[in-house]
Design a protein around this ligand. Structure first.
Ligand SMILES: Cn1cc(Nc2nc(NC3CCCCC3)c3c(C#N)c[nH]c3n2)cn1
Length: 277
């Protein structure tokens, strides 16, 4: 098995956790048997703008370390003209994989994960970052809490072919979530990418944690699905549940008009988060 050296420190590769385009994430051990995640990015095929986007992502990730435990820890990184290595804390599992394996979710666990996600997204918004592509795979479970692993700033190098245009500016590749979970916000509203777009995506994740599927999962045709997402006439179904506060959060997140949609700050004050089960 191979070793990775970052800033003169050697790491033993245990396994590859994931790969996308030209980046790979490994589970590694250091000489004290401490476990880490290492993200490797091959920059050989990357253009200057892409390299800039990666540097920007790393700068923000590095800066936001101090503000919240819900942002993945970045211990060190090494950037050269041909590759990037990022040494980070390793999660037990990402939320997407966890969701696929778990059909039922414990209400207290869901509430706690929701609080973690809101805190992480609130922090990046406070620093002028809108993710605009939030999905379960962007969160990992570390011990018992969720942490955000990326801010949606770094480009995907060699964008995958099965992308569907979410906005004129932003393409959206579905094959990052194995099942075509749709988190893209209703893009029919003009105007720039707003923090409210992240609220829609988080609402879709919470919908998944509540009903075991996304609001539009029953629609298999991607184009029909996209039209349904932006169609104000289409009513999203919210099957009855005992937790009325949770139902209220879902209904306020999945409002098509971003101006009428609840904000992160309001969500953090919402009765649903008062942590009595
Ligand atoms: C499946 N699985 C995931 C973990 N843990 C984990 N996965 C990370 N990325 C995964 C790459 C593939 C897609 C899902 C996220 C990162 C990470 C970054 N970037 C920083 N820390 C991490 N920890 C253990 N099993």
């Amino acid at each position: 098995n191979d070793c990775i050296t970052i800033k003169g420190r050697q790491f033993f590769i245990l396994k590859m956790i994931g790969r996308g385009g030209s980046s790979k994430v490994y589970q590694v051990l250091d000489h004290k048997k401490q476990m880490f995640a290492v993200k490797y990015v091959d920059l050989e095929e990357a253009d200057a703008q892409t390299i800039e986007s990666y540097k920007n992502e790393i700068e923000h990730l590095n800066h936001l370390q101090q503000y919240s435990d819900q942002i993945i820890k970045l211990y060190d990184y090494e950037i050269t003209n041909s590759y990037i290595y990022m040494l980070m804390e390793c999660g037990n599992l990402d939320l997407n994989t966890w969701l696929r394996n778990r059909k039922t979710v414990n209400p207290l666990e869901r509430k706690y994960y929701w609080k973690n996600m809101l805190e992480a997204v609130h922090i990046i918004h406070k620093h002028g970052i809108v993710h605009s592509d939030l999905k379960p795979a962007n969160f990992v479970i570390v011990n018992a809490s969720l942490k955000l692993i990326d801010f949606g700033i770094a480009n995907r190098i060699q964008p995958d072919v099965t992308s569907i245009m979410k906005d004129s500016q932003v393409s959206h590749t579905f094959n990052e979530c194995p099942e075509p979970l749709v988190y893209s916000r209703p893009s029919s509203y003009r105007g720039s990418i707003s923090p409210k777009g992240d609220v829609w995506s988080l609402g879709c994740i919470l919908y998944c944690l509540t009903y075991g599927k996304t609001p539009f999962q029953t629609i298999t045709n991607q184009i029909t699905k996209l039209h349904t997402i932006i169609d104000p006439a289409h009513k999203i179904e919210f099957p009855e549940i005992s937790e009325k506060d949770l139902l209220d959060v879902l209904q306020r997140c999945l409002v098509r008009n971003p101006r009428e949609r609840i904000s992160i700050a309001e969500l953090l004050e919402h009765p649903y988060l008062q942590l009595k089960p």
